[in-house]
Design a binder for this molecule. Sequence first.
Ligand code: BQZ
Ligand code: CA
Length: 695
Amino acid sequence: MHYHGKINWIAALSLGVSAFALQAQAFDTSPPPEPPPFPAQGKITYVARDSILEFKALPSYSEPAWVADKFEKTGKLPPLKERLPEEPLVYKIANMPDGAGVYGDTMRHVIGGRPEGWNYMAGQSQGWGGIDIALSECLTRTAPLFQVDAKDTEPLPNLAKGWDWSADGHKLTMHLVKGAKWSDGVPFTADDVMFYWEDGVIDPNVSPLGGGASPEAFGEGTTLRKIDDYTVEWTFKAAFPKQYLYTMAYPNFCPGPAHILKPKHPKYSKNTYEQFRNAFPPEYMNMPVMGAWVPVAYRPDDIIVMRRNPYYWKVDEKGQQLPYLDEVHYKLSTWADRDVQAVAGSGDISNLEQPENFVASLKRAAEPSAPARLAFGPRLIGYSLLMNFSANGWGSPDEREQAVRDLNRNLEFRQAITSAIDRKAIGDSLVKGPFTAIYPGGLSSGTSFYDRNSTVYYPYNLEAAKAALKKLGLVDTDNDGFVNFPKGTAGGKNVEIVLLVNNGYTTDKSLAEGLVGQMAKLGIRVVINAVDSNQRDAAHYGGRFDWAVRRNSSELSSVVQNTEQLAPVGPRTSWNHRAPEGKTLDIMPFEQQMADLVNRFINSQDNAERVDLMKQYQKISTENLYTVGLTEYPGALIINKRFSNIPPGTPIYMFNWAEDAIMRERVWVAADKQGKYELFPQQLPGKPGDRGPIE
Ligand code: BQZ
Ligand code: CA
């Protein structure tokens, strides 16, 4: 660089810095206050990644006696050995907290969602709460990695039993479990994987559940092709992007049964995409799955019952085919009731994630007679206020909505909003005590990539916030207490902002109501739009929101899971900024910087570099208020005491939820503790579409 040029460069930089300092003067910032210490209960025993499971053939296999007697010996099922892969997935006994199990009993979930149908690939919800996690087995698995040191690990094999990188790192050959079958006996092959990829992920009209499985989630320009029935090959633009192995876990790469779905897909039928999505309503029973249990009964607003999958492709080291539990219930209730039932013993498991229930649940669980254990994990549950940053049509905004988005894209507006939020009051409104912490946004303080000194916090400063709105020309011109848009914008009416909220949670609604009150003090009128989980997800993924209160997902609590959701690295990866169909993303400069950092993180193999990249990400993200953090706190796993093989210290949420992390397929109940909860004892799933289980 020419010397003269150098001087200009330094001048420009110093001007830039002072200019920013000037702007930031209006809003002083600091690292967030140290969160109150919260000792997670239940120590995690860290293990090596390969001590959990392996794929291998065992000398012999066994199954529940009633399956052998009533189904195999009568010819209703082929011999067990033919129902298992050549090399099943084998869970190692040494990693089982209580060793190999015995068959029998049920796990009774309570869930607050409701099933839309069984077409997970087309984005249908089954009601959450662990039901889709059990049904949908994915190429890799990450939730159990909470017990593996984060530094030197990578996802566990699952439907993909192994993989090899090419010398140049641009190709990944993935070997699928060989000889595994769907729960209806049809072989699982690469055709299922390719159907999911080509007609689920690549097809822009189909978006698998979870909102993240877009092509860019696996890297711009990534391709996948079939080599043979049990081998597929990924080709990446970057070299060794090992991060994408995490994206191949739940929820983004969990193939459905191509032999059932393909005939209904618009590419292979006269169906519309809507008809494809709705082709398997909740009433359709015995939907083939790769998971441990199959839906066999459904009573609306009452219960979904699942029975063991006789073709399940996982065993323990003794050769016992899993799962140990013969039946699973999903009682269709509310999320708050899930906590109540788990501590009362009429339900078996809950993620205590709503602080309003902390005290009552702790009290009940502390009683000697309590049927359930309750153990808090790290502070990884967080809530954020998301602002829709799209100004070019995502969600088809009207004039008022467009005007709000233009404000959302203005940093000074965001600084005013964040500075008018009293986070201490917000946290205390949920629960008193050492649980909640001031959360400015960005990475969770509980993740190993968190760096407090890289986190920019705008302390509560209502006066500075009001002054900033005035400077932006937002003044209450009709003296009703709410600032108005400038003349000529949205008719000079009040700035009115609609807040999208999931009405299934007391906590989401509490936070929303807190925001309405605090924004009113600032002079901003916020209107709550509380809808159920399925409608909320549809509105959110569709960009139909001004602002949204949203519980953080795993990219903020683990960084390595769904990393692409940390920034708009593609047109459909961000939670609050996507491109409308057929248009490009109107990305803002700071977002581009974040996206570049995320892409460099994804493509880096150097741990020290990755830690540094996340520090840079955290600074840009929180300084520019990519999202406006609200609060964060620890969750607790509540689990009935009769279950064995629950790993101590399992966090309710990290790479995924506890329903995944505890590996339910290897959970068991000692014979003398088994309950009489089975509704279909000694019955198995029927054929796809049959009305129920079979004797
Ligand atoms: C856990 C989880 C298992 C989804 C859902 C629900 C949906 C969201 C989120 C949680 C529920 C439980 O969370 O709250 O504890 O059991 O199901 O999937 O909030 O509305 O769309 O992201 O995971
Ligand atoms: Ca007004």
